[in-house]
Every structure is written in C-alpha cells, then in structure tokens.
Ligand binder design. Structure first.
Ligand code: NAI
Length: 738
C-alpha cells in the first residue's frame, strides 16, 4: 500500500499509519482513498482482525483534507463530455461519492474503528475521523480540527455535513461549517467532536485501549434508537433552528456563496433520511458546488495563488535569496509604528526614527500596546514580548541607519519632506559594511516612486513598499517598481515582505498603484449614487449585498473623510485639466470642514454614538435630496453592478497599462488589500467568470447610462473578440504548468 503503512499486533488490531509519500502533509488523493478502501475491506473480511486504529506517520499533522490539486484538475468531477451532460453529472457524482463510499465502508466494517488524531485534522481529515467510532485527539499546542471548506467555496463533502449535525446538533454544526471554524483540542472535546484529549505520545495507545474494550462498536446514527441532538426539522425546537439559520446566513452572505446555500440544503434534506441516503444527497450538492465558478475561483485564489505568492511567486528569477536582519523605519506615526512592530515580530532589529524622541517613543509604545494585548490573550509570553520590544530602538539619530539592510520611509505624505529624508537617510545607508547591498523603500500611498527616486543617489535601489492599515492585521504589501528599480531590489523587497509574513504583489509605478486605484472608484461610485439622489441606506445596503465588507459610504467613514478629501484635492492638483471632478466631493469637503471626519471622531456619513449602533446622519438629505428610496430587484442589481464593474474595469485598465501583470496578484491583492467580494475569487476572476464578452456588453450599457468612466478598454475589446480570459492570456502559473 502506497499511502498507509500497516501493522497488525498480537491482539489482532490493525493500525494504519497514514503517510503519503513525498509530501510533508497528508492529503486525500484518489490513490489514498483506494488504499483506505482496501483497509476497510480487510477489516470486514479478515476474522483475524479484531479492530482498526487510524493514525498518521507524519509529524506535521494527521491530514489536511482532500488533495485540491487533483480536485481542481477535474479528477473529482469525472470526465466532462459536453455532448453528454447527464453522463458527465453521473461521472461527477461517482467521483465525489467515492470519499463517502470509502468512509462509510470503514464505518460499517463490523469491527471497532478508532482514530488517533496526532495533529491537525481539517476537512477530509476530520471527516475521516468522524467516520471512526471513537476519536482520540492529541493536546499538542498546534493541534486543531475543523471543517474549513467554505473558506475555499466548498462545503464538507466527505460525510461531514451529515455526521457533524448528528453528532453535535444542527445549530452547532451549521455554525461550525458555515464559518469554517477550527477547534483547539479542549474546544473540540467540549463541543463533543472528539471523545478524549490526551498527551501527544498517548493518542495511539488510548485509541488501541478503546478498540480492545469495545469489540462491538457502531456509529450512533446506525443504532435504531438514534435521535438528532436538539431535534431535526420536524421537532418543535429543531424546526426553529432552520428558520433562524436561514435568515442569519442570508444576512451574512447575501446569497453570494453557493457553497453555504448548498450546505444548508444538504443538512436540511440529509438529516431527514437514513444515513446511506443522506450521504448521497450530500455528494449531489457537493458536485453542484464544485462546478460553480465561485468554487473554482475561490480554490484557485484562496488556496493556490495565496500559497504561491506567499512563497514569492512574483520574485524575479535567478537572484540569490536575502535575509534582512536590520531595518530602519523613518517616521514613527501610525504606519511606521506598525511596520516596526511587524518587523520585530519576525526577529528583525528595528531602528525607529522620528523628528523628536517623544514621537519615536510613541511609535514604540504602539508595539508595547500590541505585545501587552498579545500577552493578556495568551498569544505570546512576557519573555517573548520583551524580546520583541528589545529589538526596537526608538531614536532621532540618522547615523544609526548605517549597517541596516533596508530603510522603510513612512513620514508625512509630502514630496519635499520625503526628498529631504531620502537624502539624509541614504547618506548613512550607503556607507559601511552594507553600503552595496542595502535598499531604500518608501511607504508612500500616492506619490509616484520614480518621482521620489529623483532624490536618490541610487535609483536602482529605490522602491515602493506599500503597507495597508492597520499594518499588523493587513496581509498585503504592494511592492512598486520605479522606472529604474532593479530586479535585485525587487527580490530584496519581496524577501523582506515574506520574512515579516506578508503577501507581496509586484506592481508598476502609476498613480495610486494597483489597490487604491481600483478601490477609490468604489467609494467614488457611492458618491455618484448619493449625488443622483439614491437614499444612502439603499446605497450601502446594495453595497454590502455585492459581498464587499461594507457599503461605499460607511467605507469612506472608516477610511476617514479628511484623508479622502486630501487625496481628492492632491489628485486634482496633480492631474490639472485632465481631472474629472466627482459629484459629491464638494459636499464631503464641506462635511470635513464642519468637523465630520468619519468613524475616527464619531461623525461622518453616519453618527457613531458611544456604545450604540451607528445610524445614518440626518443631515445627509440636506446636501442631496433623496429621490430614489424604493428598491426593486432590478434597481438593486444595477447599483451592485455599478459598484463592482467600476472596480473591475479599473483593474482591466491596470492590465492594459501594465501596472499589474499577473492575474493571481490582482485577485489576491484585491481580496487582501480592500476586501473585494471574496465569493468571486477576486477582481479578475470576477470578470473571467462572467466572461469578457458579456462583461463588455454590460459595460457598454453602463457607459451609455452613466458615462465615460465605464468606457471599455481596448484590451477588453480585443479579448472579447478572441474569446480570451485573463487567466488564459496573462496566467503565468497555468502557462508554466501546461
Ligand atoms: P502619520 O502622520 O501618522 O506619521 C508620520 C510620522 O512621520 C509622524 O510621526 C511624524 O512625526 C514623522 N515625521 C515627519 N517628518 C519627519 C522627519 N523629518 N523625520 C522623521 N520622522 C518624521 O502618517 P501615516 O498615516 O503613518 O503615513 C505615513 C506614510 O505612509 C505616508 O506617506 C502615507 O501616505 C503612507 N501610508 C499611509 C496609510 C494610511 O492608511 N494612513 C496607508 C499606506 C501608506
């Protein structure tokens, strides 16, 4: 057997050690499933076998779930023959049902089966465990179990959607599966997901002990007196659960996730059926989910692309890896303080510079606050926290920059000031031992990198390293190439971003780079709608229904209205005659002048009463009278289209201009940078799933009705003519794999 090592002891207990060759973590491939089927068959037919224990031979964990590469490669859907849709569906069902069939064969093999979960067990790994009669879990610090499939657009399709509700009740199971929640050992025990939690070196023996003591074991749902804990749909209490859960999931996901809807249906229908029929229902909904564009795009972006970019997929080839040890952060304000913290968290020594010692100390105090919070929540220890803080030296002395591997400049957004700081910093950076290898990064959010590089003595070592706020939470870092930035500098900036555990994307220099360039039109479209007389509540409700984390008006409050007003006026200044004013921008400037700065001072488009719920500010109607406040489905759809298409067409323009070149970076960047509707798999998958031709047709309608900002870029016209997709035309990974 290739994927399991078998031992049979003198008591007749068969222990199967899961150990997929050549992989650091076990996943279920078709081959591994076939091996497990043989184990179940041997247990069923061989009288000498008295019981079975499943465990993992890997130190990395038990099993991370199904092999997504195989799944996305179509192996789990079966052969798709366009001329035989019925046959294709049947083949898809058979392929997806195989996991259920095998797990069920193990569960009903007639011998006691226990699992010794000696590490992480997620997705198909936990589902296998649920099919065992007894579950012992290791109490190791990194151990977690859960069914996180919804996070990549799927739902548990290996019996999880049927066994978990039967085990812990419908409500708890639906919550765990619709959130993709992970359980630590103690949580898993108290939730009733496992029977026992023991020290890591005792999991196997505990599982064996149980098998020996329980020669006649079967699953609770195979017993004649079985009842769903808390009641099924026809039980007075159970019926309430579905009504509430349905409303709650609708409120959270606006029907954007087929996986969540299918999960609900599979649970509702499945728990009313005998178990063998229930898993067939699950497999049907699973295949249906797997075939949606949302699932395919989410798997690609959330699993593959994030992993690839997290390993530096955008890094120029052929350049030796670097490992920055010391960084100087200049400007200890909101951004600089965060950058200092995440750098020290990764073990990098930080010189944190500001104009005066008090400002520098304040920057370090931010790190102290985060450490304190981490200690109080048990996420770190006092000693580790202190070691982190010891790495940060707050100062005003630029001579300390000598010997640093890189500088990250985060002073006020002012070109003259940044030029002066660049000169002063480089005079120290480019001398001494690191003179040749060091690089200079700026965290500017709006000023072109090539313009700032004019102040540098070494423009080839000058680069944009653009963080997002709050730095300790936001995963994305935009690495911006100036005209003269060298590949080596790009590689070093990526090495730094990876070391501080951020996900870097590489973009070329252009106004607002990539993320802000696509995000700002979302808020601007909100202003258009407001100025046209749409009720603010309608705008933000439709905004949230697109799957964006917030509607455009509340999003502006969160960013801060004064900052947006400043960006608008600076943009207008820089663009001169080419600038097209946004209706509503004057009114927002007036709100700022009247002290309405957004969430940060409790007054913006919304009022934020202390401890109370935010509510739309009553004065909005005085600035633009409400003309439209009734919402037909068609109207809501049009607002949703405007809010999403304006972002997506901007992303297409970024490809046309070469600001961004890799669809994976655009998709991942859009989700990590500004929360672009995650159900779509990202801003480029959004267009690809609609199809460029249809996308262009809708753009033309929007342009005719709302103006030139929706004009079709030439690139899209070309792609529509040729029937191309973004991943087909620009997809590097797919081309290489092919
Ligand atoms: P901030 O106003 O909080 O901090 C700027 C800091 O620079 C202040 O502590 C100030 O004392 C210091 N400073 C000014 N002149 C200095 C000098 N000559 N030497 C050393 N320190 C000096 O500003 P924030 O928000 O941290 O922004 C900093 C940079 O990051 C700007 O370029 C901004 O555009 C960019 N950025 C801001 C984001 C945000 O959400 N606030 C997001 C991404 C980038």
């Amino acid at each position: 057997m290739e994927n399991f090592k078998i031992e049979i002891d003198s008591d007749g207990i068969l222990t199967a050690f899961f150990d997929v060759p050549g992989k650091s973590m076990n996943t279920f491939t078709k081959g591994a499933l076939a091996d497990l089927a043989r184990i179940a068959e041997q247990a069923r037919t061989d009288d000498a076998i008295k019981g079975v224990v499943i465990t993992s031979a890997k130190t990395s964990g038990f099993c991370a779930g199904a092999d997504l590469e195989e799944m996305l490669g179509g192996a789990w859907e079966g052969p798709v023959d366009k001329n035989d849709p019925e046959g294709a569906l049947k083949a898809g069902f058979d392929a997806a049902f195989e996991m259920n069939r095998v797990y069920r064969a193990l569960e009903t093999c007639g011998k006691p089966v226990a699992v010794a979960i000696n590490g992480l067990a997620l997705g198909g790994g936990l589902e296998l465990s649920l099919a065992c009669h007894y579950r012992v879990l290791s109490d190791g610090p990194k151990v977690q179990v859960g069914l996180p499939e919804v996070k990549i657009g799927l739902f548990p399709g290996g019996g999880g959607s049927q066994r978990l509700p039967r085990l812990i009740g419908v409500q708890a199971a639906l919550m765990a599966m619709s959130e993709g929640k992970s359980f630590k050992p103690k949580e898993a025990l108290s939730a009733g997901i496992v029977h026992e939690v023991v020290a890591d070196d005792q999991v196997l023996s505990a599982a064996k002990t149980w098998v020996k003591a329980n020669p006649k074991a079967s699953a609770p749902w195979d017993k004649s007196d079985f009842k769903i804990p808390g009641g099924g749909p026809y039980h007075p209490a159970g019926s309430q659960i579905f009504v509430m859960a349905n409303a709650l999931l609708r409120k959270q996901s606006f029907g954007n996730y087929p996986a969540v809807q299918n999960l609900m249906k599979a649970v509702y229908e499945g728990i009313q059926l005998p178990f063998d029929a229930a898993i067939r229902v699950e497999s049907r909904y699973f295949v249906n989910t797997l075939q949606t564009p949302q699932a395919k795009a989410m798997i690609r972006t959330f699993f593959f692309s994030m992993q690839q970019l997290g390993k530096g997929a955008g890094r120029p080839a052929g350049i030796a890896k670097t490992d920055p040890q010391q960084v100087a952060v200049i400007g200890a304000g909101m951004m600089g303080a965060g950058i200092a913290y995440v750098s020290a968290l990764a073990g990098i020594k930080v010189i944190l510079l500001d104009r005066d010692q008090a400002a520098a100390d304040k920057g370090k105090a931010h790190a102290e606050g985060l450490v304190k919070k981490g200690v109080s929540r048990g996420k770190t220890t006092e000693a580790k926290g202190q070691a982190l803080l010891d790495l940060i030296t707050p100062s005003t002395d630029y001579s300390l920059i000598e010997g640093c591997d890189l500088v990250v400049e985060a002073v006020f957004e002012n070109t003259d000031l940044k030029e002066k700081v660049t000169k002063d910093a480089e005079a120290n950076l480019y001398k001494g031992a690191k003179a040749d290898s060091a690089i200079f990064g700026t965290n500017t959010s709006t000023i072109p990198i090539s313009l700032l590089a004019q102040a540098s003595t070494s423009a080839e070592k000058f680069i944009g390293i653009h963080f997002f706020s709050p730095v300790d939470k936001m995963q994305l870092v935009e690495i911006i190439r100036g005209e003269q930035t060298s590949d080596e500098t790009v590689a070093k900036a990526i090495d730094y971003a990876l070391k501080i555990r951020k996900t870097p994307i590489v973009v070329n220099d252009a106004r607002f780079f990539f993320a802000n360039r696509c995000f700002i039109p979302f808020t601007a479209e909100g202003l258009h709608l407001w100025a046209e007389g749409y009720a603010p509540a309608l705008i933000d409700n439709a905004g949230r229904a697109t799957g964006m984390p917030r509607g455009p008006l509340e999003m502006m409050d969160d960013v801060a209205l004064d900052l947006l007003t400043k960006i608008t006026s600076e943009t207008a200044k820089a663009m001169g005659d080419a600038y097209v004013p946004i209706p509503g921008e004057k009114e927002v400037a007036q709100m700022v002048a009247d002290g309405r700065l957004g969430r940060k001072n409790g007054k913006g488009f919304y009022d934020y009463p202390d401890g109370g719920q935010k509510a739309l500010w009553s004065g909005l109607g005085d600035l633009f009278a409400v003309k439209v406040d009734d919402s037909t489905p068609e109207l809501v759809q049009e607002i949703k289209d405007r809010l999403l298409y304006i972002q997506a067409v901007t992303a297409a323009r970024c490809f046309e201009e070469g600001v961004i070149t890799d669809p994976r970076e655009a998709d991942v960047g859009s989700i990590l940078g500004w929360g672009f509707a995650p159900w779509s798999g990202g801003i480029i998958s959004f267009i690809d799933a609609i199809g460029v031709e249809k996308f262009v047709a809708r753009l033309k309608e929007l342009e005719a009705k709302f103006g030139a900002r929706f004009a079709t870029p030439q690139l899209l016209t070309d792609m529509a003519t040729k029937g191309e997709t973004f991943y087909g035309r620009f997809g590097k990974a797919e081309k290489k794999a092919a």
